[in-house]
Design a binder for this molecule. Sequence first.
Ligand code: ADP
Length: 163
Amino acid sequence: MRIGICPGSFDPVTNGHIDIFERGSKLVDKLIVAVFSNPTKQPVFTMAEREEMLRETTKHIPNIEVASAEGLLNEYAMSHGATIIIRGLRALSDFEYEFQRALLMKQIEPAIETVFIMANTKYSYVSSTGIRELACFGGKLDGMVPDYVEQRLKTKFKDKYKV
Ligand code: ADP
């Protein structure tokens, strides 16, 4: 069985991520979406909340499994039988970071292949960071995140969305 893994912080999941899951899931038998905490970013949602939003918004993808993960990605992937890391690539600015990460991963775990899927042009400007910034100022979010996530953001920043 070919198992892929989409690691990320997903704080929160966006339509850009979901587009990558839909396309990535067709390349593997099982796709694990693994929520990692990112020590360099101040989170808006807890790991449990991010996991729950992912579960809710990926129900339509049959071969997906959502999980919270910790520790090293290579160890997590290998212990779950995943040998393909699937990442989305938006702009040139993503490239440098992803290129370094993919090479580092190859160095520490040669059995794992990192595969990139080019962002859908519709979502190439969407990032979780941008969404968090918009939401904390009460900005419009339609079309960028699933409705479920939009509601969760509006609840989280409810003082900003009062009319
Ligand atoms: P990280 O904190 O590791 O960057 P993210 O949750 O921000 O994790 O992103 C996880 C993956 O999804 C990364 O490969 C990222 O490039 C990709 N991604 C994020 N936003 C988009 C988007 N709008 N379109 C395509 N891929 C995206």
